[in-house]
Unconditional design. Structure first.
Length: 334
């Protein structure tokens, strides 16, 4: 019954709509003056983003959007884009495509580790034992798997999937794209290695460039919450009503988000919230409470693991207030 309701985008039992806005407002008020963390600066353009930017959005099954703070200013999506390119590959080629070509295990290493690539080079075709599409080597490989006759055709598929999930047309923030392209030598090295070891089949330069471009897509908190909600409700965007992804394929996406969504602190995040989530160094975090809501927060200052400090705190507080943790047992009346 639950799966059917999610697939149809129907509201499920849980928090009442009257509880959501107060929870959002309370979290915004509690954390708006928090000054912990600092902007990412290894990409020069990110260091220039206003660190005071703070916006929260929650989207429910009926398409209603609950917000607080600045939910219109755009930041670059960064690693959150990995989720939706992974989802696109799974939608197009099936769940086994990502599992066998890339892998779905946590790496136990930094998100841009070259040592991690070296460690898994001997298992092509079986899925790497410590690789997944949410770390850079796996993400660049996932981008290379998107089918298309040329770079433009591949890009149109990538941006199209992001657009459908967000419910509007998105565009690349050009100064971020240029800044990343000028400083992505490590990702270029990773791309070349992934080709050498068989994870990328051809044209690693195109894969790295398209990956860099997708990370530079501009999004605001409302966009990200809609994208999270699309995953929360069986691949159907509750705002537009468009079925973006087959419901049966969504759990695979959420599983990888659960184990690898917040860099080195993915386990800590799951331990405290139970929510599949993904962060980006642009300051955004999306989180999914399946069948209940999609939530996103934008706040650029990051902790040492690369995750937005205020976003983590706000999402955890709101989810706790609304009973969002899917692992938390609900009392059953007799």
């Amino acid at each position: 019954m639950i799966c059917a309701a999610v697939a149809l985008g129907l509201p499920l039992a849980g928090a009442q709509s009257g509880e959501i806005q107060p929870a959002v407002d309370a979290a915004f008020a509690k954390f708006k003056d928090l000054k912990e963390g600092k902007n990412a600066d290894y990409i020069p353009a990110l260091a220039k983003v206003d660190p005071n930017l703070f916006g929260i959005a929650v989207v429910t099954a009926d398409g209603k959007v609950y917000t607080a703070g600045d939910v219109k200013t755009e930041v670059s999506i960064q690693s959150i884009s990995k989720v939706f390119t992974m989802a696109q590959v799974i939608q197009e080629q099936g769940l086994e495509s990502v599992e066998k070509q890339i892998g779905v295990d946590a790496t136990g290493a930094r998100f841009n580790s070259i040592i991690a690539v070296e460690a898994v080079r001997g298992v092509i075709g079986a899925g790497a034992p410590e690789m997944n599409p949410l770390v850079n080597p796996g993400a660049i490989s996932a981008t290379s798997m998107v089918k298309g006759a040329n770079a433009d055709e591949v890009w149109n598929k990538i941006i199209g999937f992001h657009n459908d999930s967000a419910g509007r047309s998105l565009s690349v923030i050009q100064d971020v794209y240029k800044s990343e392209s000028d400083t992505n030598q490590r990702n270029q090295a990773i791309g070349a290695l992934m080709l050498a070891y068989g994870y990328i089949k051809k044209d690693w330069q195109q894969a790295v460039d398209l990956y860099t471009r997708q990370c530079s897509i501009g999004v605001n908190a409302k966009d990200l919450a809609s994208m999270a909600a699309t995953l929360a409700f069986g691949g159907k965007n509750p705002t537009t009503g468009k079925q973006v992804m087959d419901p049966a394929k969504v759990p695979g996406v959420l599983a990888v988000m659960s184990t690898a969504g917040l860099y080195d602190d993915s386990g800590k995040w799951l331990y405290h919230t139970g929510l599949p989530a993904k962060s980006g160094v642009g300051g955004g975090i999306i989180a999914v409470s399946p069948g209940k809501f999609g939530i996103a927060v934008v706040s650029p200052p990051l902790d040492d693991a690369g995750n937005s400090v205020r976003a983590q705190r706000a999402i955890e507080a709101i989810s706790n207030a609304l009973g969002g943790n899917p692992y938390a047992a609900k009392a059953v009346s007799k």
